[in-house]
Design a protein around this ligand. Structure first.
Ligand SMILES: Cc1cc2nc3c(=O)[nH]c(=O)nc-3n(C[C@H](O)[C@H](O)[C@H](O)COP(=O)(O)OP(=O)(O)OC[C@H]3O[C@@H](n4cnc5c(N)ncnc54)[C@H](O)[C@@H]3O)c2cc1C
Length: 478
């Protein structure tokens, strides 16, 4: 069949952290590229960057940083000999700062597009047959564009609980929870996953009484057990009341607040909250994205079906990011987007799904990559573990941040590093060294022989590698 008139070599639908890197890399590869994005801010304006920049990673980290500073000023400054008298919380300024960071970052993507020669199209894209895309602009104008390749990157939206539909006022999603203009006296967070823990931490530090209800019986079951136990201790110390095995059945707004009903091992329970944040996960978003004639299909959970190369099975149609299988993480989507853009250009590309780091930006921070000790054992691998506590790190002591440890797991026979699990200051930064070492299939000895500057937090990674062979210098080997 004759190819329709082509407007672009590549059209990306979705300008989040999976879509926009795909667009930029495709342009870097010399292709003519457009990126269609439908994001609408609360004031109706458009913005690139998707969930991550507008309502996820970036605003949450801004609020985590501000609330952590507030917490430290209250509880830790005096240990440094800094007396600040009575502190005042100016939440409006804190929120303005968050919004300004988001604006700066999303505007930055528009500038990057301009510099790379990517055409930004603000509107909703719908894939038709033969890679034609129907675009409905905000003002309702409809146009049709055709591309040689289409990359679907429409992302995800918060999952709703049937019994607790979002009402935008009392029962809210994570986006609204980041933008509250007063500190709720009593906050109920449903879900103790990454997002629930981060949001709970923000508002707890700012003074809310936070109860987190988690249906599972274990906290952070995906993390190394030792790490999860340590994390639970610190959440408790912060005052997060995390109730496990709590299955929520209803939330009824009344004049004293929202009555949240749940069942746990002790039977039916209820609590009152001023706000209820539902953070029970996210679901792939494909509403209005696919015309039946496009030929693209969804799997039973609503994700766009793709192979390991992110190909959908329809010629030259690809899908990346939260809308396809795998962890819903910005950096996973980014690597997929870049890889697809390179594949389109006929270049070699590879995403190592075994080594996607996970980070929880609580205090202490939590980060890991590779196998947990239990997973290594389950896989029948004879392994050894080295643990180094931040309490023995000079830099951590200087920072007054000695909570937590680095745990390194290596193959006892080959010495290959299998997993690194960190809870402590800057864990999300420290994990990068571990990921790099594992990407190169490095051994514990490789890390042992790598010089780490003193005094740095990274020395804890070095010492954990030494501890795996009972050769730690700055801690007693057990
Ligand atoms: C509170 C919170 C905190 C988070 N923190 C982190 C973190 O610290 N680290 C991390 O890695 N991840 C974090 N995440 C997850 C992260 O935001 C997502 O994994 C990431 O945004 C997924 O990227 P994406 O490009 O696939 O989708 P999205 O970011 O969801 O972007 C999709 C874009 O496509 C647009 N779109 C959808 N359909 C269409 C259409 N038909 N036409 C045109 N445009 C369309 C959407 O409007 C959106 O702009 C967080 C999420 C939340 C909610």
């Amino acid at each position: 069949m004759a190819e329709a008139r082509l407007d672009f070599d590549v059209m990306v639908i979705g300008g989040g952290p999976a879509g926009y890197p795909a667009a930029i890399r495709a342009a870097q590869n010399g292709l003519k590229v457009a990126c269609v994005d439908a994001w609408r801010n609360r004031d109706g304006s458009s913005a690139l960057g998707g969930t991550c920049l507008n309502a996820g990673c970036i605003p949450s980290k801004a609020m985590l940083e501000s609330s952590e500073l507030w917490h430290r000023a209250q509880h830790e400054f005096s240990a440094h000999g800094i007396k600040v008298g009575s502190l005042t919380l100016d939440l409006a300024t804190m929120q303005k700062r968050r919004a300004a960071i988001v604006r700066g970052m999303t505007g930055g993507i528009a500038s990057l597009f301009k510099a790379a020669g990517v055409t930004a199209i603000y509107g909703k894209g719908r894939l038709l047959a033969r890679r034609e895309v129907e675009v409905t602009a905000a003002d309702g104008q409809v146009s049709r564009l055709a591309a040689r390749h289409v990359v679907l990157a429409s992302g995800s939206v918060p999952s709703e609980l049937k019994a607790l539909p979002f009402d935008g006022a009392n029962i809210i999603d994570s986006w609204s929870a980041l933008e509250l203009d007063t500190v709720p006296r009593r906050l109920c967070v449903i879900g103790a996953g990454v997002i629930g823990l981060e949001l709970g931490s923000v508002w707890r530090r700012l003074g809310a009484e936070v109860v987190t209800l988690e249906a599972l019986d274990a906290l952070l079951p995906m993390a190394d057990a030792q790490l999860a136990t340590e994390a639970g201790r610190h959440f408790k110390k912060l005052g997060l009341d995390i109730r496990l095995g709590a299955k929520v059945s209803a939330a009824v707004p009344g004049k004293d607040g929202v009555s949240v009903r749940y069942a746990d091992a002790r039977g039916e329970q209820s609590l009152l909250a001023d706000k209820v944040v539902v953070a029970v996960g996210r679901r792939p978003y494909t509403e209005g994205l696919l015309d039946a004639a496009s030929g693209v299909t969804l799997d039973e959970r609503g994700f766009i079906g793709v192979d390991e190369r992110c190909a959908t099975g329809v010629e030259n149609v690809w899908a990346v990011g939260d809308v396809v299988r795998g962890p819903m993480l910005a950096h996973k989507g980014k690597e997929e987007g870049i890889a697809v853009a390179d594949r389109i250009a006929g270049k070699y590309a590879h995403v190592n799904y075994e080594l996607i780091p996970s980070v929880i930006y609580t205090a202490p921070e939590i980060a890991w990559a590779g196998k947990t000790e239990a997973q290594a054992k389950e896989a029948g691998i004879e392994c050894k573990a080295g643990v180094f506590p931040f309490a023995a790190s000079g830099r951590a002591k200087a920072m007054e941040s000695t909570a937590g440890f680095v745990k390194l797991i290596a193959n006892r026979v080959t010495d290959e590093i299998l997993g690194v699990h960190i809870i402590g200051p800057m864990a999300g930064e420290l994990i990068a060294e571990a990921v790099l070492a594992m990407e190169f299939r490095g051994s514990a000895e490789d890390l042992q022989r790598t010089i780490h500057a003193h005094p740095t937090l990274a020395e804890a990674v070095h010492e954990a590698a030494l501890a795996a062979d009972k050769r730690a210098i700055d801690n007693i080997n057990r």
